[in-house]
Write a protein that binds this ligand. Structure first.
Ligand SMILES: N[C@@H](CCC(=O)N[C@@H](CS)C(=O)NCC(=O)O)C(=O)O
Length: 199
């Protein structure tokens, strides 16, 4: 399989992390989003939404949207519970990540860290609100669902562990920090790529 990705991307990192933990080999094709490489006619023909990550299976089928990709890859593995309600909870946290977390924490990181601009205070506030929800849930738990590491943790870890690059201070979120450390200890864990962006 081939993964179209941009290495500093947290959305792409979710897929790379799970592929590593599943021991699945893949070909990486990097597209530099800062140079519009996902907006070319060639790429838009593969993903009309013009975004990475994009997974292309060996039979040519394509899957976009990071959380859909990791849901697909996790099927039948310990990273996705079998229990019906627990699967619903996994999806609950993945939808939370896409609607209430990523649009603030990832977008602020992109503006501050990659584009070297000041972030909208409202987006920062909403990012802290998402961290507050996570802190409340994790205060009495080790992981988001069923007390074990699942793709819900991968989805939320991707941008939370680099939230400081967007200027977020996690000092007030001890349960989130403890959970970040637990996720980083999981077998097969790989780090996100670090890259310097020009000022
Ligand atoms: N909801 C999508 C978001 C994907 C996304 O925003 N990708 C960004 C990089 S993190 C991108 O490709 N941006 C390039 C562009 O919009 O031109 C997902 O979870 O995969």
């Amino acid at each position: 399989m081939t993964l179209y990705d941009f290495l500093p991307s947290g959305n792409g990192y979710k897929v790379r992390l799970l592929l590593s933990q599943l021991g699945i080999p893949f070909t990486l094709v990097e597209k530099d989003i800062t140079k519009g490489e996902t907006r070319t006619a060639e790429f838009l023909a593969m993903n009309p939404n013009g975004r990475i990550p994009l997974l292309v299976l060996d039979d040519g089928r394509r899957l976009a949207e990071s959380d859909a990709i990791i849901y697909y890859l996790a099927e039948g593995t310990p990273f996705l519970p079998r229990d019906r309600f627990a699967r619903g909870e996994v999806l609950q946290w993945m939808f939370f990540e896409q609607y209430s977390h990523e649009p603030y924490i990832a977008v602020v990181r992109r503006i501050v860290h990659m584009e070297r601009r000041a972030a909208d205070p409202d987006k920062v506030e909403r990012g802290y609100q998402a961290l507050g929800v996570m802190e409340g849930h994790l205060a009495a738990r080790r992981f988001f669902v069923e007390e074990r590491y699942t793709i819900a943790d991968i989805a939320l870890y991707a941008y939370t562990h680099v939230a400081h690059e967007g200027g977020f201070d996690l000092a007030r979120y001890p349960a989130v920090r403890a959970w970040l450390a637990r996720v980083a200890e999981q077998p097969g864990h790989v780090p996100i790529a670090q890259r310097e962006f020009a000022r």
